[in-house]
Structure formats: structure tokens, C-alpha cells
Design a protein around this ligand. Structure first.
Ligand SMILES: CC(C)(COP(=O)(O)OP(=O)(O)OC[C@H]1O[C@@H](n2cnc3c(N)ncnc32)[C@H](O)[C@@H]1OP(=O)(O)O)[C@@H](O)C(=O)NCCC(=O)NCCS
Length: 137
């Protein structure tokens, strides 16, 4: 949750950020699990440091979050590699403004799947789908 808040604080409205408290995120993740999503937690010394999700129905890789203080140590890469190994034709969706994540994904073989980004639930915030093309990460 703190990773989501950190990465979205300059992108989304304060109200939208505030809404994402523990209860909201617990319900959100429970809902994902009920809908068949697989969620994987990366631990370092028995402490959770990151999470990634896969929707087995369409192979969307989602919810990749590493704790802010644990970023830049290779955990995101490890989580993504782990998820990619479970998919044949994965895709991701990233906010246009999340430059750090876009750089992370494009460096690792994801390319834009759509010419135009789509408006999200938050007005004036756009996101785009990326498909995986590099099979030799
Ligand atoms: C995007 C995100 C998941 C990346 O996770 P991360 O753990 O910081 O990523 P990594 O550490 O694996 O890789 C980041 C960089 O650190 C480098 N790195 C530093 N130390 C490293 C180490 N010990 N081992 C491996 N890589 C290391 C990597 O080479 C990489 O550089 P590169 O991208 O130029 O190749 C993370 O920044 C994050 O949680 N962001 C906020 C949430 C978010 O935006 N998620 C995406 C939503 S769509």
C-alpha cells in the first residue's frame, strides 16, 4: 500500500490516494483472489518486500509493487521474471505518467500495444497496455 501511495502521490488526486487505506486495499486484493488472480509475495529474510499478480484468464501481469525502501535491489526484476515464466503472452497496463515503471518494463521487453492510451477511473489520467516481446530477458 505504501508503495502504491508513493508512486501515485504526484499522479492522482489527494482524495483518491486517501481512499486507498488498509481496509480498501484488503478488500481490493480479496476481490482479485476471488476472481481467480494469483498473487505472489517476495520475502527477504522472512520479511515481505514486494508483490506481483497474474490474471490466469488473460495473462495480465499486475500489482507489481516493491516497498519504497527496498527498490533498486533487484526484487522487482525477480518478481517480474517469476511472473513471466508463468505466462505465454503476458501484458501489463501502466499509467502514462508512471515514467519509472514504463522504463522498467520497456527495458525488460514490453512494448506499447495500443497507439492511444485510455482514460482511467480518475479523470485526465491515462494508461496504456504493453505486451511482452522479449523472450530473452
Ligand atoms: C517499478 C518497480 C516495481 C521496480 O522494482 P525494483 O525492485 O525497484 O526494481 P529492480 O531493483 O529489480 O530494478 C530497478 C533497477 O535497479 C537495479 N539494481 C540495483 N541493485 C540491484 C541488485 N542488487 N540486483 C539487481 N538489480 C539491481 C536494476 O539493474 C534496475 O536498473 P535498470 O532498470 O536500469 O535495469 C518499483 O520501482 C515499484 O514498486 N514502483 C512503484 C510501484 C509501481 O509503479 N509499480 C508498477 C505499477 S504498473
Amino acid at each position: 500500500m505504501c508503495s502504491w501511495k508513493e508512486s501515485h502521490k504526484d499522479i492522482c488526486s489527494a482524495d483518491f490516494i486517501e481512499k486507498h487505506n488498509i481496509e480498501y486495499m484488503t478488500a481490493f486484493l480479496s476481490d482479485k483472489l476471488k476472481n481467480g488472480y494469483k498473487l505472489y509475495i517476495k520475502c527477504n529474510d522472512n520479511t515481505p518486500v514486494g508483490i506481483i499478480g497474474i490474471n490466469p484468464e488473460d495473462e495480465e501481469i499486475c500489482l507489481l509493487y516493491v516497498l519504497p525502501e527496498e527498490q533498486g535491489k533487484g526484487f522487482g526484476n525477480e518478481l517480474l521474471k517469476f511472473a513471466l515464466a508463468k505466462c505465454k503472452n503476458p501484458y501489463i497496463t501502466v499509467l502514462d505518467s508512471n515514467k519509472k515503471a514504463i522504463e522498467f518494463y520497456t527495458k525488460r521487453g514490453f512494448v506499447p500495444a495500443e497507439n492511444q492510451s485510455k482514460n482511467t477511473v480518475e479523470k485526465k489520467i491515462f494508461e496504456r497496455k504493453y505486451v511482452y516481446q522479449n523472450k530473452n530477458m
